[in-house]
Design a protein around this ligand. Structure first.
Ligand code: HEC
Ligand code: HEC
Length: 256
């Protein structure tokens, strides 16, 4: 199954729809996508998990994260994960906003001017993927789940991601989670709740890669956990991908 996802990601996505759908029905987002299929959507990439991954790269490369935060949680600029939309939430409106074509927008229009139509649609796919607001307010096609293989392939860098992730873990996670990830680092003594035991496969296996990515980049609060689990906003996306890869090894739970 993992293999077909990978191949799937590399092939043009339309051709891949069949297989990802078979597998996608396992997850609830797969079902949501199917349910929304009848909806008219302006986004030509609406069913493409690959576009979400490419959109994330465009998002990071063009400085969207500078204003809207690494995972869209906001910062200097508005959060993109909630259900408040200044000009509207539909695809055509957000396309125009990102493109820089809404007359009274304060979001700089220079960024979007340099993007192709496809790039604007893809970055909007990423924006869609980070939405955490009220599901009943969704008026767009929910992006399919991103297979972790695709995310990993996109984040691939030379060298060994697990070794690189371990190095980061040892530096910034061990004070709380302990050198073996058991949640017993020196700083854990004063914490409540306690840092999670990352070696417990029953607990760790259900946490998917996107969740871990959000948790580590934006902190516990962003995913409904304690603020004692800090955001690592200084880490690059690849570093976080590497840490996640290493954390997976602690409980031997598979990426997903
Ligand atoms: C210099 C800061 C800045 C940058 C960089 C920036 N934005 Fe924005 N963005 C804003 C502001 C401000 C708004 C609020 C709408 C407005 O007043 O124009 C906004 C609104 C949005 C919205 C709608 C959110 C809402 O709640 O209505 C989306 C989607 C969005 N931006 C996506 C992007 C993407 C994608 C990029 C990168 C290509 C990007 N932004 C880069 C400042 C920025
Ligand atoms: C300042 C202490 C601290 C540091 C540093 C820290 N964590 Fe945590 N972490 C916590 C606490 C506390 C929790 C428990 C949060 C809760 O249960 O609400 C937690 C929970 C977690 C969880 C489980 C989340 C869940 O859904 O239950 C993971 C995974 C995790 N941390 C990974 C990491 C990684 C990887 C790093 C390093 C990049 C890190 N943490 C750094 C304190 C810390």
């Amino acid at each position: 199954m993992t293999r077909s996802y990978l191949i799937c990601g590399l092939v043009v996505l339309v051709g891949c729809k069949g297989s990802s759908k078979d597998e996608g029905t396992k997850g609830e987002s797969g079902a949501k996508v199917a349910a929304a299929e009848g909806h008219a959507s302006g986004n030509p990439f609406a069913k493409s998990a690959e576009a979400v991954v490419e959109g994330r790269k465009i998002y990071l490369k063009n400085g969207c994260s500078g204003c809207h935060g690494m995972g869209g949680g906001g910062g200097m600029g508005k959060p993109l994960i909630d259900d408040e939309w200044k000009f509207g939430s539909d695809d055509p409106t957000l396309f125009k906003l990102i493109r820089g074509e809404i007359p009274n927008q304060t979001m700089p229009n220079a960024i979007g001017k340099n993007l192709t139509d496809d790039e604007v649609w893809k970055v909007l796919m990423y924006v869609r993927s980070v939405y955490q607001g009220d599901a009943s307010k969704i008026n767009w096609v929910v992006p399919p789940p991103v297979p972790p293989e695709l995310l990993a392939a996109a984040n691939q860098q030379s060298g060994d991601p697990i070794a690189a992730g371990k190095q980061i873990f040892m530096q910034i996670c061990t004070p709380c989670h302990g050198p073996e990830g058991k949640g017993d680092g020196p700083a854990s003594v004063s914490l409540d709740p306690k840092p999670r035991n990352l070696t417990d496969p029953a607990y760790m296996a259900p946490l998917n890669d996107r969740y871990l990515f959000e948790l580590i980049s934006r902190g516990g609060v962003a995913v409904g956990k304690s603020n004692q689990m800090p955001a690592q906003s200084a880490l690059a996306a690849q570093d976080i991908g590497n840490v996640v890869a290493y954390v997976r090894t602690l409980s031997a739970s598979p990426a997903h």
